[in-house]
Design a protein around this ligand. Structure first.
Ligand SMILES: Cc1ncc(C[n+]2csc(CCOP(=O)(O)OP(=O)(O)O)c2C)c(N)n1
Ligand SMILES: [Mg+2]
Length: 905
């Protein structure tokens, strides 16, 4: 019997490795098959063996043997030791450089916590990751330069001390800055806790610390780079996207949620490195299983190239000697919970509890000291193994690659954390552990220096510093580094949207249609058109955008391999390798990841791009709030469009569709401008101004605009309305000057503006009350203005006080103020303190319902009758009209005063 056959049989005989439950029912037969296979391998080579096996498996399937093939490979490195390319340069110098980075990263957390108890920071994660980063920095990651567009590296958020420590050695950060880690307010130049482009716009590119965000956004970044290339907007060939993810992080739906897209679209410019240190915050990631094996089959199933880096070089001789498979069997039997414990103990423990599982193995390591057993290293901590994996990953074509690297959480922290349950949050290290660390990593520091927790920077002409500099020079410069702006472009003139400015006459359209026309005009523009990226998650037909399918095409890396069912039609479903629309399918998380990639293209690719991502408003922020936040942090530029918005505008759909709060949700994003326009010209003015800010002024501006599907005629833009539209409110109808009848101020937003206009008519005809009617395009922008003014006045008590825009607008008018929107009352309430007279808000608080618009507006008490009632009530309270008018209105308009409150039903 051959070795291989014997080894497999052994496993089968006692059940381990056997398919199904019991052992092998016919061991002899099995051995004959295996021997036959061995003969093929040795005489005809492994390729022929694979071919035969594939045929056998196929054949078995036809014979009804069901799915057979496993997606898992044995629990050893994917790249055999014999095929590893050697690490170039001097491995000893590289190790010493890395030890210095490790030391400084640790020092900055310890020192920051010494100064400010409880300020936090993480030591254990970077400790496990250092080799994985440093091999990349020294050999693989290109910064943008003359001859390379630059790789994009998504660093793990909470391992930021590792990046800062390296930047310190490079001279990009000072020791003082390191000392001010996590003290960014009290010390200008202090370092942000995690990667935040908003806070360190020249340094960090990608906000990754909310777990899962780096994963999904890196996939869409890689996809967007292929798109840019296909459309001839940038040459992105040769550039890679690298993402560093934690093994615990892989539990996030966002982490695994788009891996199929990466496989399907063959994103071979994408490399993920999952740091399998086996632990998350509370404990083991898969104590009772093996995270590497689980992820291997997941990724392989999704079409990825999987490279496992499990064992370090010191295991090579033991694995080479493992002809009977006993070592492999123990490796496969042990679960991650045990692997963690091994590294929290010592060599004697590993001897007893790992090798001791098999007396033959115990014998095999009898010649090794406990110390030698302890030094048996893990693949992700071995620069040679990691280099080989990266080397293979960057050369792999046709698939994305994931590297599953086994490491140790808290590596080097010894008694202060290595492999311990609590290591994630360790921010302190005992003096003893620090001295041991110094010895273990051979740092040239005296005891005093260690105890004083000094940073260490070797002399400029030391081999370590020379390696640091020459490696980064060869790769184009330091990383991470962020580009803030690109070449400005001239924004289109408002004239481009003339059709919207002129109104529609009698014709009824929705604001969605008005927007689609704005978008179509932009796409047709010879100069700007190619810089526009429409993004849609399977809602184009909902929004009447299907005309764009044919006009600009839907991006698909393979073009269109089928004749579409509607090929005969003018606006057929056209997929195209040069297509412009990103039709994402049903994934809001994926779509906004595309938005982020496109919206930061000015920075990552030096190509100005303006994304317009249109989606079902309810499923936008609500589903992907954290990604919206990441878009803000990333300084993404572009437009989010919440279609079918408003709690009562979308008739028929009901509770889970009817959005009455996205404006509140967007009001919390500090740099997002949120607008609720009622008319086509408002949409045009807002978009045009946004384009000016984004393209010409290079502002990191990002917008949320709600669009409705209710059709009505759109008037032409009133003279001089532009400023008010942008600042948040302007009058659309004014009571005749000099008429002394009572007056109210009616504020309306979105389609509810039309209810306010109708209320004004009712008030005059039924009760002799006049009204000024205002379109409020943005309560949140008005609020921001008010807050700015208040702050200024507070801090400059001796200056002439500034006046908020709302206050100034209403100051010269008469009468109480009523606001009505299709959103919760809190939206209108945002401006309360700047309204100079009594103020009442109407809104759609409560779960949505499915019914007609008219019924819904009555139900939520935002229709024309309720607006009129609210106005009369305020006038009556002020003594401007008779006290009986509100009651008369209730009767006249058939309002049920005893109806249940919409919020409670
Ligand atoms: C969405 C989200 N939830 C929770 C956290 C808090 N958190 C930060 S790190 C961490 C553990 C991460 O474990 P793992 O992904 O395995 O990374 P490791 O530190 O082990 O490399 C947790 C829970 C977070 N940052 N983001
Ligand atoms: Mg982990």
């Amino acid at each position: 019997m051959t070795d291989l056959a014997e080894r497999t049989l052994e496993g089968a005989a006692d059940g381990a490795g056997a398919p199904g439950e019991g052992g092998d029912p016919d061991a002899l037969e099995t051995s004959e098959w295996l021997e036959a296979l061995d003969a093929v391998v040795s005489h005809e080579g492994p390729d022929r063996a694979r071919e035969l096996l594939t045929r056998v498996v196929e054949h078995a399937r036809h014979a009804g043997a069901g799915p057979i093939a496993s997606l898992n490979t044995p629990y050893v490195n994917t790249i055999p030791a014999a095929l590893e390319p050697p690490l170039p340069g001097d491995p000893a110098v590289e190790r010493r450089l890395r030890s210095i980075v490790r030391w400084n990263a640790m020092m900055m957390v310890l020192r920051a916590n010494d100064r400010l108890h409880g300020i936090g920071g993480h030591i254990a994660s970077f400790a496990s990751l250092a080799v994985l980063y440093e091999v990349g920095f020294n050999h693989f990651w290109h910064a943008p330069s003359e001859d390379h567009g630059g790789d994009l590296v998504y660093f793990q958020g909470h391992s930021s001390p590792g990046n800062y420590a390296r930047a310190f050695l490079e001279g990009r950060l000072t020791a003082e800055q390191l000392d001010h880690f996590r003290q960014e307010v009290s010390h200008p130049g202090g370092l942000s806790s995690y990667p935040h482009p908003w806070l360190m716009p020249d340094f960090w590119q990608f906000p990754t610390v909310s777990l899962g965000i780096g994963a999904i956004t890196s996939i869409y970044q890689a996809r967007f780079m292929k798109y840019l290339h296909a459309r001839g907007l940038a040459d992105t060939s040769g550039r890679k996207v690298w993402a560093f993810l934690g093994d615990g992080e892989m539990d996030e739906p966002e982490s695994m949620g788009a891996t199929a897209l990466a496989g399907r679209e063959r994103l071979d410019n994408l490399i993920w490195v999952v740091n399998c240190n086996l632990q998350r915050l509370d404990g083991p990631v898969r104590g009772n299983g093996k995270i590497i094996q689980e992820l291997e089959s997941d990724f392989r199933g999704a079409g990825w190239n999987v490279i496992k880096v499990i064992w370090g070089s010191r295991w090579d001789p033991l694995l080479a000697a493992d002809v009977d498979g006993r070592l492999l069997r123990v490796m496969e039997e042990c679960v991650d919970g045990e692997y963690q414990t091994f590294k929290a103990r010592d060599g004697a423990y590993v001897r007893e509890h790992f090798f001791g599982r098999d007396p033959v193995l115990l014998q095999r390591v009898a010649h090794m000291s406990d110390e030698e057993i302890w030094l048996l290293n893990r693949g992700g901590l071995d620069q040679q193994k990691v280099y080989a994996a990266y080397h293979a990953a960057v050369r792999h074509t046709g698939q994305p690659t994931v590297i599953l690297a086994k490491t140790i959480k808290g590596y080097g922290m010894g008694v202060s954390g290595e492999g311990q349950m609590v290591t994630h949050q360790a921010k302190k290290m005992a003096d003893e552990a620090l001295l041991q660390f110094r010895d273990r990593f051979e740092l040239p520091l005296s005891d005093e220096q260690v105890l004083r927790r000094e940073y260490y920077r070797p002399p400029e002409d030391s081999p370590e510093m020379r390696l640091l500099r020459s490696a980064r020079e060869a790769l184009g410069g330091p990383l991470p580094a962020r580009r803030r702006r690109t070449e400005p472009m001239q924004a289109p003139d408002l004239e481009l949207f003339r059709a919207q400015l002129e109104g529609t006459g009698e014709r009824e359209i929705s604001t969605t249609m008005a927007f689609v026309r704005v978008l179509a005009a932009l796409l047709r523009d010879r100069r700007l058109g190619r810089h526009i990226v429409p993004i849609v998650p399977d809602e184009s037909r909902t929004f009447g955008m299907e005309g764009l399918f044919r006009q600009v095409g839907i991006y698909s890396p393979v073009g269109q391999l089928y004749r579409p069912q509607d090929a005969e039609q003018l606006m057929f479903y056209k997929e195209d390798a040069h297509g412009q629309i990103l039709e994402e399918g049903i994934t809001e998380a994926g779509s906004i990841s595309s938005f982020i990639a496109a919206g930061t293209s000015y920075s990552a690719h030096n190509v100005p791009i303006v994304p317009f991502y249109i989606y079902y408003s309810m499923f936008g922020y609500q589903r992907v709030g954290d990604l919206v936040w990441a878009a803000g942090d990333s300084r993404a530029r572009g437009f989010l469009l919440g279609g079918t918005a408003g709690r009562t505008t979308l008739n028929g759909e009901g509770l889970q569709h009817a959005d009455g709060h996205s404006h509140l949700l967007f009001s919390v994003v500090p740099n997002c401008r949120a607008y609720d326009p009622a008319y086509g010209y408002e949409v045009a003015v807002i978009v045009q101004d946004g384009l000016r800010r984004i393209l010409t002024e290079q502002e990191d501006a990002f917008y949320y605009i709600t669009l409705m599907n209710e059709n009505y005629p759109h008037p032409p833009m009133p003279e001089g309305a532009q400023e008010g539209i942008l600042r948040g409110m302007y009058p659309v109808r004014e009571a005749p000057a000099g008429d002394r009848r009572p007056v109210v101020q009616l504020l309306g937003s979105g389609t509810i503006l039309r209810e306010a206009l109708a209320a004004a008519d009712l008030l005059e005809s039924d009760f002799g009350v006049l009204a000024d009617v205002w379109s409020v395009t943005s309560f949140s922008e008005l609020r921001r203005d008010g807050l700015r003014v208040d702050r200024h006045n507070l801090l400059h008590p001796d200056d002439e006080p500034l006046v908020a825009y709302v206050t100034a607008a209403l100051a010269e008018r008469r009468g109480p103020v009523i606001a009505a929107t299709d959103y919760m009352r809190a939206v209108g309430d945002q401006i309360r303190q700047w309204v100079p007279r009594p103020y009442r808000t109407l809104g759609t608080d409560g779960f949505g319902r499915s019914d007609s618009r008219e019924a819904l507006r009555r139900f939520f008490e935002v229709d024309r009758h309720f607006i009129a009632l609210a106005a009369l009530r305020e006038l009556a309270d002020a003594g401007d009209v008779e006290r009986s008018l509100p009651r008369q209105a209730i009767e006249r308009y058939g309002i049920d005063a005893d109806a249940p409150i919409p919020t409670s039903v």
